[in-house]
Design a protein around this ligand. Structure first.
Ligand SMILES: Cc1cc2nc3c(=O)[nH]c(=O)nc-3n(C[C@H](O)[C@H](O)[C@H](O)COP(=O)(O)OP(=O)(O)OC[C@H]3O[C@@H](n4cnc5c(N)ncnc54)[C@H](O)[C@@H]3O)c2cc1C
Length: 402
């Protein structure tokens, strides 16, 4: 029986699980938590080991920011902030450190100006900010700050938190279980989910959150009928040494902001926090890759060199570039052509029984709890009421736009 049958509308008879989630990154973990919190019997299947680092949701930090060029994201960020805090309170863990957010870039960049507007930021003379001396802002550039508009999320700890919360609500997580098929069987309700070692699981609904593998999995499940234009990119996470004596100034504890610098190269950063004396500054682009290919052969796209050049121009007195980044590791973006997410029913023979959450295009982590709630409500209720109440417009994320 569902733990909270009052809020679980239609437990389907004759299936073992109400919701089967494929992929235990941040989106799948949040969806499993949201569904199990509703009393659904949930199975979360993950092809790799617990908290692995082969997808998109591992590492020490992700930025949360309200400053978005597209106005349809801030409502989802606001919903997510509320759900991040709820999850922290429920678990007794802390994964979100609030910071200011700085948006920098050429005044003529319309995306930057829209992000400043949508994020409720205001232009500042950085000379008046306690951390402002870290930046050299050229003439013709905008520097806008939102005091409560940023934050750092500890990525791996956040995934762990949502998985623990889901398990506490009765969800079952199965690792090293690669899903190779999602099928219907004649005369039987719901869907069957098959793994590469021959196991089969029977569920009423399925949520697919397979990150960079979504295009391949959906292509194979639909027999090639649906090729989602989701392109995996190889990204490098880069941590740089802070110059001696500047370590505290650039720390989250001292109020240093998360920041995005528009223009070419577009870089973004989280303040020094989990790795003392180091600051993360990344390049917001990378070369295409095959997530199943040989990782040693993946190109870096010159990311470290581009960021080093940016640092020399804009933060030369505070961050060391000699010798390159001190820590670097790989991560995957799942890019759609318009950088908008894919959140929709699969349709076709699966109708509304399979829901897809993918294509998070390098900016989804912050919205994980909101996306998880949306996917769970779509699977359980056929509609995402919480999102609608929060002003999130799901039409931007439909499969049909491609
Ligand atoms: C370098 C980098 C920096 C980023 N910075 C930010 C940031 O500052 N702010 C922000 O909001 N976002 C950021 N993002 C984006 C964010 O991290 C992603 O949008 C988010 O993690 C995507 O989560 P996901 O669950 O969709 O994918 P994943 O985390 O990849 O999870 C998908 C899971 O599905 C599993 N899987 C795949 N196929 C199968 C299968 N067939 N069977 C079973 N399991 C399967 C995979 O193993 C994986 O665990 C960043 C991403 C990167 C790479």
């Amino acid at each position: 029986m569902p733990a909270d049958a009052a809020s679980y509308p239609t437990a389907t008879a004759g299936v073992d699980f109400d919701v089967i989630v494929v992929g235990a990154g941040i989106m799948g973990s949040c969806a499993a938590h949201a569904a199990s919190s509703r009393g659904a019997r949930v199975l979360l299947l993950e092809r790799f080991a617990p908290l692995h680092s082969l997808g998109s949701s591992h590492g020490e930090s992700r930025t949360i920011r309200d400053a978005y060029p597209k106005a349809h994201y801030p409502p989802m960020v606001r919903l997510a902030r509320r759900l991040w805090r709820d999850a922290e309170a429920d678990s007794g863990r802390r994964v979100l450190t609030a910071t200011p957010h700085l948006t920098l870039g050429p005044r003529g960049d319309p995306a930057l100006l829209a992000a400043v507007r949508n994020g409720g930021a205001s232009e500042k003379d950085l000379a008046n900010q306690k951390w402002g001396a870290a930046f050299r802002v050229p003439d013709g550039w905008v520097a806008a700050v939102s005091e409560l508009g940023g934050g750092v999320l500890n990525a791996t700890k956040a995934v762990s938190m949502f998985q623990s919360l889901a398990v506490n609500k009765g969800a079952v997580i199965k690792h090293n279980a690669e899903v190779v098929g999602i099928v219907r069987k004649e005369g039987e309700p719901g869907i069957w989910v098959k793994t590469s070692d021959g196991e089969e699981f029977h569920g009423a609904k399925c949520i697919v959150t397979a990150g960079a593998w979504t295009r391949k999995l959906v292509g194979s499940v639909t027999g090639g009928a649906l090729e989602l234009p989701i392109q995996p990119l190889h990204m490098l996470v880069l941590y740089w040494k802070i110059k001696p004596g500047r370590e505290r100034e650039l720390s989250a504890e001292a109020g240093f902001p998360t920041f995005s610098s528009y223009g070419d190269p577009h870089v973004y950063s989280t303040p020094s926090l989990e790795l003392p004396g180091l600051i993360k500054i990344n390049y917001d682009h990378g070369p295409p890759c095959d997530p199943d290919g040989c990782r040693e052969e993946w190109s870096s796209g010159g990311a470290a060199e581009r960021v080093a050049g940016w640092i020399e121009e804009f933060m030369p007195g505070h961050v060391e570039t000699a010798g390159g980044p001190v820590v670097q590791y790989s991560c995957l973006y799942s890019m759609t052509p318009d950088k908008d997410f894919v959140i929709d029913f699969l349709g076709g023979e699966f109708g509304e029984d399979v829901v897809i959450g993918a294509g998070f295009s390098g900016h989804g982590f912050k919205m994980g709890p909101a996306v998880g709630m949306i996917l769970a409500e779509m699977a359980i209720d056929g509609e995402a009421k919480t999102a609608a109440e929060a002003g999130v417009e799901l039409r931007h994320f439909s499969i049909n736009r491609f």
